[in-house]
Ligand binder design. Structure first.
Ligand code: SF4
Ligand code: SF4
Length: 180
């Protein structure tokens, strides 16, 4: 899929989020890095359109595969390959190469009907327990702000906007846990 997000923009986003994390301490110590190590079959990490450009697809710590957007639950504007990865070495990985999905969690973007971008605590079912969600732990303001800045940039791309809008449209706005 053609995206307007350039490789160097993704690289800048990776740099920004390299060391900005949900807590100032390693939240993985609270749960044994549950979001990395869950052995559920569906524990795959989708990449955003064009994010794969940052990788060679020969990384020895990742298993690569893709879905065809038209065969799965993606926005109508999406077609062709949507890459996803599985970690072979979790919870260890080259920190500076963690996919965006890993860096954003436990936050998710949400677009209101008026097109206003918010961040919410991840609202979906998970095959593991994330203490940050379960205990409603206050997330670092620096992390929240950085993730919001990144999503503000990302949704300028029509495909990514459509994805966030698509995911948001399924939600009951009154039940969401808004962070920003
Ligand atoms: S985001 Fe949640 S599940 Fe993942 S390591 Fe941190 S506390 Fe654990
Ligand atoms: S890439 Fe790193 S942070 Fe993401 S799931 Fe794998 S081990 Fe965890």
């Amino acid at each position: 899929m053609k995206t307007t997000i350039k490789k160097r923009t993704y690289q800048a986003i990776y740099r920004l989020l390299n060391y900005i994390t949900p807590l100032t301490t390693d939240c993985g110590a609270l749960c044994g890095a549950a979001c990395c190590t869950s052995e559920e079959e569906d524990m795959i990490i989708y990449l955003l359109p064009g994010e794969e450009k940052l990788f060679t697809r020969r990384e020895d710590w990742l298993i690569w595969d893709y879905d065809l957007a038209e065969d799965y639950d993606f926005p109508e504007s999406w077609f062709g390959k949507v890459y996803y990865v599985r970690c072979k070495t979790a919870p260890a990985c080259p920190r500076e190469m963690r996919p965006l999905q890993c860096r954003f969690f436990p936050l998710a973007p949400h677009l209101t009907e008026d097109g206003v971008l918010h961040l919410i605590r991840y609202p979906g079912d998970l095959p593991y327990v994330c203490p940050l969600l379960e205990k409603d732990v206050r997330l670092e303001p620096r992390f929240v702000k950085a993730v919001h800045t990144v999503w503000t940039h990302l949704i300028r791309d029509p495909l990514i906007y459509d994805l966030v809008e698509f995911d948001s449209s399924d939600r009951n706005e009154e039940e969401l846990d808004y962070v920003l």
